[in-house]
Design a protein around this ligand. Structure first.
Ligand SMILES: [Zn+2]
Length: 228
């Protein structure tokens, strides 16, 4: 759907998924697959930030993310508050996740990094530490708060839709791979955003100065295909 000449541009949304070990009680098995299926059925390419330990625990799922053509970033290995680590500890954690992603998925996640819990936001020293490892910290504009155990499907859905449609420019929306609320809300969210004319993009389109793979390189390389 394209707006008529002269009208407001369509909403643009970069949907990002933090794929990680669950951090809550409302997380039935299989939510990761439901989220992947919803994206596939809607034809939406998202950006997945993979936790290294999650990748080693769920190699087939991690490979399926890349095989479906989603963009891959690094979400640390142990999912700790990164600015609390020593320089050597930070480097070891980031490189451990990078190694797991490269070995299991066959994709280099650089330059995309998302810091756990949003820690290090507006911290130039943290940004410099990441830059030395070849990374940029990718934060978000819209948070469905899907990680809160007592937040229902409807509340998550409304927060996400309102946040994605309520601002100007590209909105970076954050969801997680494990909550029940996300698996239930995502198909409805994607449908409503589509009907509002939303254009979905991946985060590499947002910052032209990001180094790394050229935009539009498309689905994952053959080495990243799911093996079964
Ligand atoms: Zn996380």
């Amino acid at each position: 759907m394209r707006p008529a000449s002269g009208s407001a541009p369509p909403p643009r949304v970069a949907l990002t998924v933090d794929a990680e070990h669950p951090d809550g009680s409302r997380c039935r098995a299989g939510n990761d697959e439901r989220i992947l299926d919803a994206l596939g059925e809607a034809g939406v390419r998202a950006t997945f930030f993979l936790q290294g330990r999650w990748v080693t625990a769920h190699p087939q799922l991690a490979r399926a993310v890349a095989a479906q053509g989603h963009l891959i970033g690094n979400h640390s290995h142990h999912h700790v508050r990164m600015p609390l680590l020593s320089a050597a500890g930070l480097r070891a954690d980031v490189l451990a996740a990078q190694g797991a992603i490269q070995e299991v998925v066959g994709v280099d996640p650089r330059p995309l990094f998302r810091t756990p819990f949003g820690t290090g936001r507006d911290d130039p020293a943290f940004d410099r530490s990441l830059a030395r490892l070849g990374y940029r910290n990718v934060l978000w504009d819209v948070d469905g708060a899907d990680w809160e155990a007592d937040r229902g499907v409807g509340a998550v859905l409304e927060r996400l839709v309102a946040g994605c449609l309520g601002g100007s420019g590209v909105r970076i929306a954050l969801v997680h791979s494990w909550p029940d609320q996300t698996a239930a809300a995502l198909p409805m969210m994607l449908d409503r955003l589509r009907r509002a004319g939303t254009e979905f993009v991946t985060v590499d389109r947002l910052a032209p100065d990001l180094p790394g793979p050229a935009a539009g390189t498309g689905p994952a390389a053959p080495s990243a295909r799911c093996s079964s």
